[in-house]
Design a protein around this ligand. Structure first.
Ligand code: BMA
Length: 828
């Protein structure tokens, strides 16, 4: 080797050594076994024991047939995972080698070459273990031994002198929905559910980069880039942020370096509906001399989010201001997109969040019974302008507050706040889902015969975790003192009248209380963070419940097993009988159950939106499913839009006409959620018969401006005048909002009676193929609730088609043949 080459080699060598580097161990050949067994079987990391057992054909797919029952034994067993990985002598020369588990589910002991290096007890934490002294050049073995979370929970439960509801789930820091929910199977998993890495580093490493937004105006954004650096070698370093650099004299151990960073004339991150969610790229590089020691890349969105709670005539306001403007929140509740969360793909996250965007949403609530979602979820929210209401993972039970539990929760909050807070989408942290509500309203104390002392303890523990431990941890670890923390969703249970005058509210009088949908018109809170109604999944997803040829009937045991609410079918039938003719045919029943769900949610959403600004947000329960199931979701497990999602898209439009029938008059509200003005708008009204005859028409006398965040309320119409001597079951109203150039901004149909009372005329619906992925649907008489059937995504579906009109529809993939159903078919 000549001299220059040798020099170059040494230079490159030291350059490489100087840098922090990361090596994934997930792609190694992993194995697993029941601790009682001797044979090791191939496993996948990240993954979970159920998936590995399925892969090895030891258990059937729990989502199919009635297999859920057959796999319950798994939760009581202990499981071991292991892999052999090579470490080169060169790698061993690094001064620091850390083994990092980004998620272990849940109670485990970790061994390297037979020596125990750590124990874990929280699925939601990251475990970083210094392992250099345990490693050798050549083959090394890592073993992770999991003990049953159910058994560990039972042990912990023994230490509490009273029975906790749904014990032992609340004793374990693990996704609570795995213990079974009213939409989810019981599948208590174990395993290495997130990536595993080996990190090699020498001088120093960037432990964490926090973006602190000091101020934001039209002229400039003032940021502090705050880097936490662990230095092994003290000395002079340089911190580089997008080519701006600052010297840093680092001491050994943890250092905090803050670099002020200004952006002139910043482009703001705007929520969906208000413009683009602009973001800036930031590269943070730690250097020594000219050598890079560690680097971190980050996108930054500039926006302000405030939660405004002020006393007013109704009580206390509850609304978000984004970038200085009040924003009407439209959105939904998110549950984990699979019972086996490691198999949720990036594409699935992206698709579900795009579904939200397409339906004009601007917020998703990550519900507290699931998981802190994968980075990809928050990335998708950032990119699509979807704000995130983030619950901490506690739901619908009582939680202990012994010292160990407190410490564990604080560490969890730290890990998650540090991981997620740089996302511009993250708007609010909420302590829990329905834990306050469970303690105050669900009567567990009586059910489990608590003494007065026990009840006091429960409330004390509650205060400890949700009013001390969590908010204190947020204060300590959050980038801003403006970080919003809300202790519990809802803040007040739906049985109390204050739930409608302050805080956020879950209204379950409809469904759980079996009140008619119309009650939604009265029960409007300041911010509706939950309300919902079940509908069946699409036929494609229903078929996927079977491992054999599906027998599609309501009595089928498999279909029955895919409804987890004890009275689900009964409640659906009760409501269906109120508004629809209950079909005997399965496909028709499936269709009507979806229409029913959509109808209920339409009533709720529109009542909420009409009540603006007293009400400033509506999040329906729930967006998605974790398996194929009859549930409150609008998008089913396979990603198909149920009738509800199409309806939500219509009801959430940024400009809408919202009718309200009350005391023999018809009111019309016109709403604009955007920040622009529509000048000189007018409204056209047509009264039509169901077979297309025009009975009358009218136009608003003068034009008006529909301002930003604007509401126009028209003078009421007398119902008697509109209907005249016509039969209210034979006519409907078609209303259009037009701009100054007579372009339709939005339109709306209004029916004067329930679907079951409509005297529908048999429509002759025709489908013309325009191209393999585009069709034109036309009709003579009114086609109510046109349902285009087939395994493709239709750009619109479950819509009303006006008499003598047609509509173009795009298909996500071509279909051989498209069948159509309309409401008429279910009545004849
Ligand atoms: C809500 C949620 C869930 C539940 C849903 C439907 O309150 O928080 O716990 O699945 O009700 O019952």
């Amino acid at each position: 080797m000549n001299k220059t080459l040798l020099f170059a080699f040494i230079f490159i060598q030291s350059f490489i050594d100087a840098q922090f580097s990361e090596r994934s161990l997930s792609s190694e050949q992993w194995q697993f076994k029941n601790t009682k067994d001797h044979t090791w079987l191939p496993a996948k990391v990240p993954g979970t024991v159920h998936l590995d057992l399925m892969q090895n054909r030891i258990i059937p797919d729990p989502f199919k047939d009635e297999n859920e029952k057959k796999v319950q034994w798994i939760e009581n067993e202990d499981w071991e995972y292991r892999t052999v990985f090579k470490v080169s002598s060169q790698e061993l020369e690094n001064r620091n080698i850390d083994l990092v588990f980004h998620g272990l589910d849940t109670f485990s002991e970790i061994y390297i070459n037979g020596k125990k290096v750590a124990t874990t007890d929280n699925m939601f934490r990251t475990w970083e273990i210094p392992v250099k002294t345990y490693l050798k050049a050549g083959d090394n073995i890592v073993q992770v031994k999991f003990t049953s979370a159910v058994q560990a929970g039972k042990e912990r439960a023994k230490k509490v002198p009273f029975t906790m509801p749904e014990s032992p789930r609340s004793f374990v820091r693990k996704a609570q929905y795995q213990f079974g929910w009213d939409w989810g199977p019981r599948l208590v998993t174990a395993g290495i559910w997130k990536d595993v890495h080996l990190n090699f580093w020498n001088q120093a490493r960037l432990k964490q980069v926090r973006i602190e937004q000091k101020s934001l105006t039209k002229q400039k954004a003032e940021l502090n880039i705050r880097a936490e650096i662990i230095a092994e070698k003290p000395g002079d370093y340089i911190l580089n942020v997008n080519h701006r650099s600052q010297k840093a004299a680092l001491k050994q151990g943890l250092n905090v370096v803050v670099l002020p960073y200004r952006i002139n004339h910043p482009k703001l991150w705007q929520p969906n509906g208000w413009g683009k969610p602009d973001m800036y790229e930031l590269s943070v590089i730690l250097k020594q001399g000219s050598a890079t020691v560690d680097e971190h890349f980050q996108k930054v969105g500039l926006r302000t989010v405030e939660l405004v709670q002020e006393k007013d005539e109704q009580g206390i306001s509850f609304y978000f201001k984004v970038n200085g403007n009040p924003v009407y929140i439209k959105g939904t509740n998110w549950i984990p997109a699979d019972s086996f969360s490691p198999r949720i793909t990036k594409e699935k996250y992206q698709k579900l969040i795009r579904d939200c965007k397409e339906a004009h949403m601007n917020m998703v609530r990550v519900w507290g019974g699931g998981i802190y979602e994968d980075d990809e979820f928050y990335k998708a929210c950032d990119e699509n302008g979807i704000l995130v209401w983030q619950d901490f993972m506690f739901a619908g039970s009582f939680y202990p507050a012994d010292e160990l539990f407190q410490k564990n929760v604080e560490a969890e909050v730290k890990d998650q706040v540090e991981r997620l807070q740089n996302h511009p989408s993250l708007a609010l942290w909420c302590g829990n889902n329905e834990v306050d509500e469970a303690i105050v309203n669900w009567g567990y104390q009586k059910q489990f015969k608590y003494s007065g002392e026990d009840s006091v303890q429960v409330w004390k523990d509650y205060r400890k975790i949700f009013h001390e431990v969590i908010p204190n941890a947020i204060k300590k670890y959050a980038a801003s003192d403006k970080t919003i923390y809300w202790p519990s969703s809802p803040s007040i249970g739906w049985g109390h009248k204050e739930s409608l005058t302050e805080g956020d509210s879950h209204y379950w009088g409809v469904w759980w209380g079996e009140q008619p949908f119309e009650v939604y018109n009265e029960k409007v809170g300041r911010f509706m963070s939950e309300y919902g109604f079940q509908g069946m999944p699409t036929i494609e997803t229903t078929r996927s419940m079977f491992s054999v040829k599906p027998d599609l009937s309501l009595d089928n045991a498999v279909i029955k097993a895919h409804e987890k609410h004890a009275r689900g079918w009964e409640i659906i039938n009760t409501y269906m009988a109120r508004d629809y003719k209950i079909p005997a045919d399965f496909i028709q029943y499936n269709y009507v159950s979806q229409l029913l769900q959509a109808r209920g949610m339409q009533v709720a959403i529109e009542a909420h939106r009409r009540a603006r600004p007293d009400n400033m947000g509506t999040l329906y329960w729930q967006l998605n499913d974790c398996w194929p199931v009859v549930s409150w979701s609008s998008v089913d497990y396979l990603g198909n839009w149920k009738a509800l999602h199409y309806q939500v898209k219509r009801s959430f439009e940024n400009q809408v006409i919202l009718p309200e029938e009350k005391d023999d008059v018809l009111n019309f509200y016109v709403i604009n959620d955007e920040l622009k003005t529509f000048e000189n708008v007018s409204m056209d009204f047509d009264i039509l018969t169901l077979n297309g005859e025009k009975k009358g028409s009218a136009r608003t006398a003068d034009t008006k401006n529909l301002g930003p965040n604007g509401v126009l309320k028209l003078d009421p119409f007398s119902l008697e005048e509109i209907i005249g001597d016509a039969d209210r079951n034979e006519i409907f109203l078609h209303v259009m909002l037009k701009d100054a150039k007579n372009h339709v901004i939005t339109e709306r149909n209004y029916f004067f009676s329930k679907p079951k009372d409509l005297k529908l005329v048999k429509p002759n619906v025709r489908i013309k193929n325009i191209s393999p992925t585009e069709i034109e649907v036309s009709t003579d008489a009114l086609a109510k609730d046109v349902y285009l059937m087939g395994d493709t995504h239709f750009s619109d579906n479950f819509f009303d088609l006006l008499p003598h009109t047609s509509k173009k529809i795009m298909l996500s993939k071509p279909l051989e043949q498209i069948q159509v159903m309309t409401l008429w078919d279910t009545m004849h």
